[in-house]
Design a protein around this ligand. Sequence first.
Ligand SMILES: NC(=O)c1ccc[n+]([C@@H]2O[C@H](COP(=O)([O-])OP(=O)(O)OC[C@H]3O[C@@H](n4cnc5c(N)ncnc54)[C@H](OP(=O)(O)O)[C@@H]3O)[C@@H](O)[C@H]2O)c1
Length: 238
Amino acid sequence: MKVAVLGTGAVAIALAKGFVGTGHSVVFGSRDVNGKTAVDALAQVPGSSVAPYAVAAQSADMAVLATSWSGAENALELAGAANLAGKLVIDVTNPLDFSTGKPTLALGFPNSAGAQVQAWLPGAHVVKAFNIISATRMVNPRFEDGIPDMLIAGNAAAAKQQTSQILTSFGWRTAIDMGDISKAYLLEALAMTWIDYGVARNHWTHGFSLLGQSLEPPLGRPTGKPARAQESARRPGR
Ligand SMILES: NC(=O)c1ccc[n+]([C@@H]2O[C@H](COP(=O)([O-])OP(=O)(O)OC[C@H]3O[C@@H](n4cnc5c(N)ncnc54)[C@H](OP(=O)(O)O)[C@@H]3O)[C@@H](O)[C@H]2O)c1
């Protein structure tokens, strides 16, 4: 699969390494293919290439939006909604406002960056993912006390399935499907929780895990049994 990684920052480089390391090819999208960040990205991800946003988006099977939030709308305009129509677009952005000196969320319930990106790309299958972890832990997110879970949200089941497979191949424990793209606000609030924890402690290596989760089915309870009955049914010896 050919992946257009839109952006050339730390997140773009980390995820590009993950895609190349799992057998995919990567083209970075950038405003300046000869600029310092593009040259750095190419050097750090052997085998990758870089192209203007539109060329990267048009030539790829899927895309990752890894720009700053302030640059996201422009990056997608340059990429061209038509070039991403019908494709999975993983949105990693967090809608951060740095105007007060400390990061805060520029958008909140019921709006979110994920929902806004889907509105900008009406024909694409946007899935929010990877936004609740540091770039340094997006691939092989192994901690001394376990492997974290990634929450995802998006409208298209097939796109979420594809994202889930990517997460598994990158070493994540579980991709937890939170629902359609309107639920992206939950992931972005969780990212703010992650950031606040990090700022208060100057600690940047932490991740989330949901204990006691139901692994099957991914959403809902089709048997209609109450949760306690299902839990009892799963317990060994019953
Ligand atoms: N850093 C983390 O650990 C982390 C973790 C989770 C989520 N995130 C989120 O992931 C996203 C990327 O973060 P980052 O730290 O890698 O990089 P960043 O500094 O937030 O963004 C860098 C990229 O944004 C693009 N960009 C900036 N302004 C633009 C504009 N006006 N038009 C088009 N493109 C523009 C640049 O692309 P050009 O090549 O064109 O200059 C650059 O490659 C952010 O939304 C961030 O909140 C970050």
